[in-house]
Design a binder for this molecule. Structure first.
Ligand SMILES: *[C@@H]1O[C@H](CO)[C@@H](O)[C@H](O)[C@H]1NC(C)=O
Ligand SMILES: *[C@@H]1O[C@H](CO)[C@@H](O)[C@H](O)[C@H]1NC(C)=O
Ligand SMILES: *[C@@H]1O[C@H](CO)[C@@H](O)[C@H](O)[C@H]1NC(C)=O
Ligand SMILES: *[C@@H]1O[C@H](CO)[C@@H](O)[C@H](O)[C@H]1NC(C)=O
Ligand SMILES: *[C@@H]1O[C@H](CO)[C@@H](O)[C@H](O)[C@H]1NC(C)=O
Ligand SMILES: *[C@@H]1O[C@H](CO)[C@@H](O)[C@H](O)[C@H]1NC(C)=O
Ligand SMILES: *[C@@H]1O[C@H](CO)[C@@H](O)[C@H](O)[C@H]1NC(C)=O
Ligand SMILES: *[C@@H]1O[C@H](CO)[C@@H](O)[C@H](O)[C@H]1NC(C)=O
Ligand SMILES: *[C@@H]1O[C@H](CO)[C@@H](O)[C@H](O)[C@H]1NC(C)=O
Ligand SMILES: *[C@@H]1O[C@H](CO)[C@@H](O)[C@H](O)[C@H]1NC(C)=O
Ligand SMILES: [Cu+2]
Length: 789
């Protein structure tokens, strides 16, 4: 099949090859390198059948970071030393070894020991100043169920290595919320100890009514490990407002592949407040929109025939599989196009320091358990653009006519976005020949390395970055960017984040989503108000994703200003248009954001307001302040509801498109892992950053949102399409230079005429496709340009 197909293609091509010049054209290689690199095309069939050499797979080009990374993770020895120090009775923490087989809810124990992200002040003193190292601290999260008032809290332990000077300190200074660095125990993580206790409660509630669940739902729950169990529950979030209680509504779903999309019409409310599980209980029940005050009341209603049954979730789950089905599309048995770097990588990497250099760009990568890949000290052509660029949280707010969807408001930092980052599938998640980096973090007290969880590759941007055809000359310059990619599978969802470093100094962030939607039980009476029907017993669910990013611009230095340039339309007169009298014209209205009182920024209508960060003390040759523009791309949404009870003070970062605040070591992040379950009493209350501080020529941090109002559709089944589930933002030079930043690129062609007979010169700056890259006749530059003037 394949063989005969190839023959057919070649037959088709023979005709095409006829006009190809056989001999090298001297002008083509005139500015090229010596040797045969300037050879024009060979007959195409020869290329197809006998590619002379295949272009080699790129290999790392090593480099050495100017300074060792100040962001390296803790070694296992460092973690061990901290754990031992914490457990020593002299600390008085009364900690139980987390590995103890009898670990209980009312013990104090370690949840996690990881590296603490250092203060900017310390990092800059090291990167720019004379400091020889950055103080090293551990982030310690403790579950303290054994206290009189049980809490879950974060601490720092340091400096490391452990010495006389090492102290444990509450991380209060990082958090501005009323409770500092802690939440009441009930708002904490659901670890294996708590999960087991919740399993028991659900089993004790639901297994005694298995006759009912089998009748109404065609499923039963006898505990997580029981072979008869074919139903599963889910502890939704947030489960609290301030941590004083933990109450969640569980949907009941078929156990098996993707329960997210096998929901039933049953919801039960559970109260799992406090460390004494004997006090936990089931509360209300909702089935077929009827509210029952207890499981007992529901059961009795069913026994007496007063419950109207709705269809159980379909057992035909073919729709959840992504196996190939259907006939292959014509020509689709061929490998899809891919990116090639025919002469090898054009970026360098220092692996131990996770430091990258690319055509003028340099940056350090840090990997974080809570949020994944982060960028520090991002420079272009030797000048600092950003101190930090990093995801802060990825949240999703749902809606629906039932207690589960209506009450769901996830903050994925709580689940660990970095710890959910997956190993990339080469050739599919990342292009062939991508470079992979590992992510190292500590999910508990063991260091973990997720291999190949970051990929780096250079790609064609798909357009020339500049071009022009003049009557007497023409030019086009290749558009390229380096992409650093991470994918995190958080439960049902797969998020892909791309950070793009363009050859012109532009930086982009793109977020895509795929995976399974958290589907809704299909009820015709919902009338599509929360999403369309997408399967037999399944509907889409209206929800909004918001991802907040911290962009700490330090344009050359830390003194920066946020400028709004609004296009205003006014009735004006101009003396040369006497006949018009007053007429409408537009102009710029340029204002600086003076203080944090005006730090929450909204997009004006019609994209008429431009946002830039500038350094007024650093002007370009034309006297303009050098700056970077923040350009909204696709779908820069924020939460539609500002007053939902499920996202209150804990998600204020998601309630406007852009915010600009004064940088402080005490305000390193807009969200916190423990913000999830305390909408009324979060660790980080973002709007409290905005307390009137001056913002003109100060150290600014901008906080920008990407996201999408997920308009669910049949095409979300089985997996959401990354084509549509896409949001982006650009940071682009704005008078950063005296001229655009790609005039130094060699990957550019210039056509012009020379001599009396207008001989066309084709100048490719010596950069020509190498012989290993097969070209076709259509790739010839001969005759592409002629002088017409
Ligand atoms: C905790 O328990 C584990 C397993 O029993 C043991 O290997 C480890 O040494 C203990 N840790 C400390 C600090 O005692
Ligand atoms: C230490 O914690 C245990 C629970 O792990 C508790 O039973 C005990 O009372 C605590 N001791 C003190 C002195 O607080
Ligand atoms: C970081 O800065 C804060 C605020 O100035 C300070 O309280 C804290 O001790 C610093 N942390 C370290 C590890 O230096
Ligand atoms: C660094 O050291 C040099 C020479 O000792 C000194 O002149 C300079 O002020 C120091 N810089 C800082 C930021 O401390
Ligand atoms: C689920 O399990 C229950 C009992 O464990 C059984 O009665 C029921 O038929 C099962 N449902 C399906 C779809 O297999
Ligand atoms: C669940 O509860 C039933 C009693 O209703 C019991 O037989 C079963 O062992 C329990 N399962 C687990 C895993 O505890
Ligand atoms: C479809 O893929 C699943 C794995 O997801 C596999 O178990 C199953 O056998 C496949 N079915 C078919 C028809 O290929
Ligand atoms: C991850 O990479 C390291 C070093 O290359 C290797 O030793 C280890 O086996 C890899 N782990 C996995 C799970 O592949
Ligand atoms: C300009 O004047 C015209 C006529 O009075 C009026 O209709 C229009 O709204 C004015 N435009 C602006 C921008 O004020
Ligand atoms: C210019 O912008 C400032 C700040 O937003 C605003 O107060 C002022 O009214 C604007 N001027 C015009 C003409 O729109
Ligand atoms: Cu979605």
């Amino acid at each position: 099949m394949k063989g005969s197909f190839l023959t057919a293609v070649l037959v088709g091509l023979t005709a095409l090859t006829a006009p190809i010049a056989a001999a090298p054209d001297p002008r083509l290689s005139r500015r090229g390198r010596s040797g045969d690199t300037g050879l024009p095309l060979q007959p195409l069939e020869r290329r197809l059948l006998h590619a002379r050499d295949s272009c080699p797979a790129p290999v790392d080009i090593p480099t050495t970071a100017p300074k060792d990374s100040p962001f390296v993770p803790l070694s296992q020895a460092e973690i061990d030393s901290v754990v031992e120090w914490l457990l020593s009775p002299s600390q008085g923490l009364n900690l139980t070894n987390t590995s103890s087989p009898t670990l209980s809810l009312s013990d104090n124990y370690i949840w996690r020991v990881d590296v603490f992200k250092p203060n900017k002040t310390d990092v800059l003193a090291y990167l720019d100043g004379n400091a020889t190292a950055v103080p090293r601290y551990a982030l310690v999260a403790l579950i303290q169920g054994g206290l009189d008032e049980p809490i879950v809290a974060e601490y720092t332990v340091g400096p490391l290595p452990i010495s006389e000077d090492t102290v444990i300190r509450s991380s209060d200074w990082v958090y501005n919320g009323v409770n500092g660095a802690k939440v009441l125990w009930s708002a904490g993580w659901v670890d294996s100890v708590r999960q087991a206790a919740i399993d028991d409660l659900v089993n004790a509630t639901v297994s005694p009514i298995a006759d009912l669940t089998v009748d109404l739902l065609d499923m039963a729950f006898y505990g997580a490990g029981d072979p008869r169990t074919n139903m599963t529950y889910f502890a939704s979030n947030p489960s609290s407002t301030d941590g004083s209680k933990s109450i969640f509504w569980s949907p009941f779903r078929r156990l098996g592949i993707e329960p997210w999309d096998q929901p039933s019409d049953l919801y039960i409310q559970f109260d799992v407040t406090g460390t004494d599980a004997s006090l936990w209980k089931a509360l209300k029940v909702v089935y077929n929109l009827q509210v029952y005050s207890s499981v007992q009341a529901f059961y009795e209603a069913w026994k007496s025939g007063q419950v109207t049954k709705t269809p159980p979730p379909t057992t035909n789950i073919e729709f959840l599989y992504k196996n190939k089905t259907g006939p292959t599309r014509e020509l689709e048995d061929r490998l899809a196009p891919t990116i090639v770097a025919p002469e090898g990588n054009r970026f360098k990497i220092d692996r131990p320091n996770q430091y990258v250099e690319y055509l003028g760009w340099t940056f350090y990568i840090r990997f974080d358990y809570e949020v994944g890949v982060q960028f520090f000290d991002v420079k272009f052509k030797g000048e600092r653009i950003l101190y930090e660029l990093s995801l802060q949280d990825a949240i999703a707010q749902y809606a629906g006519h039932n207690p589960f969807q209506a009450g769901t408001a996830y903050m994925d930092r709580f689940y660990g976005i970095g710890s959910s980052a997956i190993r990339m599938i080469p050739g599919y998640d990342c292009p062939y020949h991508a470079t992979y980096l590992d992510g190292t973090y500590s999910p508990g007290v063991e260091s973990h390395t997720e291999n190949s969880t970051i990929c780096i590759f250079e790609t064609d941007t798909g357009t020339p970055i500049t071009r022009h055809n003049d009557p007497t000359w023409a030019q086009a310059t290749k558009g390229s960017k380096l992409v650093v990619r991470m994918i995190a599978t958080v439960g049902n969802y797969d998020y892909l984040w791309d950070y793009g470093f363009y050859v012109d100094g532009t930086l982009s962030v793109d977020a895509h989503a795929s995976g399974y939607i958290q589907g809704n039980y299909y009820r015709p009476d919902d009338e599509g108000q929360w999403g369309p029907r997408v399967e037999q017993t399944l509907a889409g669910t209206l929800h909004t994703h918001v991802m907040n990013f911290k962009a700490d611009f330090d344009l050359i230095d830390e003194k920066n200003t946020f400028v709004k340039t609004e296009i205003v339309v006014e009735n004006i007169t101009q003396p040369w248009f006497e006949e018009l009298g007053e007429f409408e014209m537009m102009r710029y209205n340029i204002t600086e954001v003076q203080t944090e009182d005006d730090g929450l920024i909204y997009h004006g209508p019609n994209g008429q307001t431009m946002f830039t960060v500038v350094n007024k003390d650093q002007k370009n040759k034309w006297g303009e302040p050098r700056g970077y523009r923040i350009i909204p791309g696709l779908s820069n949404v924020h939460l539609a509801s500002r007053n939902s009870p499920f996202f209150r003070k804990n998600a204020q970062f998601a309630k406007q498109p852009i915010a600009v605040s004064h940088q402080h070591d005490t305000e390193p992040a807009s969200s916190a892992t423990l913000n999830q379950n305390v909408p009324e009493a979060p660790l980080v209350e973002f709007w409290n950053f905005f307390d009137g501080e001056p913002l003109v020529q100060e150290d600014l941090v901008t906080w920008v949102n990407l996201g999408m109002h997920h308009y669910t559709r049949a095409e979300d089944i089985p997996n959401t399409m990354m084509s549509e589930a896409h949001s982006s933002i650009l940071f682009a030079p704005q008078n950063w230079g005296n001229t655009e930043g790609t005039k130094d690129l060699s990957n550019a062609v210039m056509f012009y005429a020379e001599g009396e007979d207008n001989q066309i010169v084709i100048d490719q700056n010596g950069v020509l496709p190498p012989p290993c890259l097969a070209l076709g006749p259509e790739d010839s530059l001969q005759g592409v340009f002629e002088v017409t003037g």
